[in-house]
Write a protein that binds this ligand. Structure first.
Ligand code: THU
Length: 381
């Protein structure tokens, strides 16, 4: 099932939420009335009509809505020039598309304002799979209608939709639609956003947990909300680690036994050098083993370590390695070769223990970063 990011714009992609506050204040000042933040904030995120009407009601002033909206539009561009992008916003949107996540703008502002905001951060409506604005629904935020409509039009289920919001009414709207809501802390701050029901908060898009495809998003979101098991990054994978750890004696014994058994299965008629390896999968706690398999075309030979790792991936999909044991018959025990180290760098962490054992009972302990401190990283690509 496709996954989607649904972005509000003001206060989420551009730091323009306070333009509304600023212009409302100025408009009421023209009418001779000073309005405070507390009169405006509850009315943000519901569209321009509600912003003016509700504020006017709150401070007890009669307004001409058409005049107020014209004032807003005429002065908007001027103030927008001084405003900036929420850090990382446009890159986050473009990157999400590359990773196969659908993207939508879901704003209760008018289309002209959305277009101007996007242009100010070098984006345009065509950079999104869908753009919905105030004219697309009868009931604006805090009703869930606009988010529900976005999910229907994109063909995504609510459990696969992540809403990025900043205002009280926006968070409410997103939550009511059943999506997961990440609140940018620009408008409300962390605590207030949480108390309005946001599932997670985000100070800037630069802090969104890394993910490599839409299938990593549930873990990335759990990481963001700090709930459940903590997802840890192994190369390009986010894995929720089990408690079963390499320093547990039983786990170590099982891994060593499996590495030695695998070694017995080595196919090494050319070198007569037998190697066995075992890896502990962090997500499942299972241990997979492999032996070296040689070939008359020598370069086609596969080492025990890569054999164990590909077996783990075949069984589980994305894996993280919490322990590697390599068994051999030589003294000192055989080191993993450089090719295997580079290969495993995608699935392992610098601190992961690597234990080398041999048939004479010698045991050597390393951590991955001792053997390959500077792997060629997937992030370089
Ligand atoms: N070998 C491994 O299985 N793992 C290593 O990390 C080093 C080398 C195997 C490959 C080949 O079958 C034999 O050892 C001799 O190079």
């Amino acid at each position: 099932m496709a996954k989607a990011f649904l972005f509000d714009v003001d206060g989420v992609l551009t730091d323009s939420a306070d333009i509304s506050k600023e212009l409302v204040k100025r408009y009421f000042l023209l009418l001779g009335k000073t309005v405070g933040e507390e009169d405006i904030i509850p009315n943000l995120g519901m569209g321009m009509n509600a912003l003016f009407i509700n504020t006017a009601e709150r401070v007890g002033v009669k307004i001409d809505l058409e005049e107020a909206l014209s004032f807003f539009r005429e002065n908007y561009a001027l103030i927008l020039k001084e405003k900036k992008e929420i850090p990382g916003a446009s890159a986050f949107v473009m990157d999400a598309r590359k990773k196969g996540v659908l993207t939508a703008v879901v704003s209760s502002a008018p289309l002209w304002r959305v277009e101007e905001n996007l242009a100010s951060i070098s984006l345009s409506p065509s950079d999104f799979d869908l753009v919905l604005t105030e004219r697309d629904v009868k009931r604006n935020k805090p009703y869930p209608d606009i988010y529900t409509k976005a999910m229907v039009e994109l063909g995504v289920d609510k459990k696969d939709a992540v809403v990025f919001e900043d205002s009280i009414s926006g968070i409410k709207s997103g939550k009511e639609s059943g999506a997961t809501v990440v609140a940018l802390t620009t408008t409300l701050g962390r605590e207030k956003a949480k108390s309005c029901g946001a599932d997670a908060t985000l100070d800037s898009f630069l802090l969104f947990p890394r993910y490599s495809s839409s299938s990593d998003l549930p873990s990335a979101l759990r990481e963001l909300s700090g709930s459940g098991r903590k997802a840890i990054r192994y190369g390009a994978n986010w894995i929720e680690s089990l408690e079963r750890k390499a320093n547990n004696e039983e786990v170590m014994k099982e891994a060593v036994d499996k590495a030695f058994s695998a070694m017995e299965h080595a196919y090494s008629p050319y070198s007569n050098f037998k190697v066995g390896a075992a890896v502990l999968s962090s997500g499942s706690g299972r241990i997979y083993s492999g032996c070296n398999v040689e070939n008359a075309s020598y370069g086609a030979t596969i080492c025990a370590e890569r054999n164990a790792i590909t077996t783990a991936i075949t069984n589980e999909g994305a894996i993280g390695i919490d322990l590697l044991v390599v068994a051999s018959g030589c003294n000192p025990p055989a080191m993993p070769c450089a090719m295997c180290l580079q290969f495993m760098s995608e699935f392992i962490r610098p601190e992961t223990p690597i234990v080398l054992v041999n048939t004479m009972g010698v045991v050597e302990n390393y951590k991955f970063s001792d053997l390959l401190p500077h792997p060629f990283d997937y992030e370089a690509l």
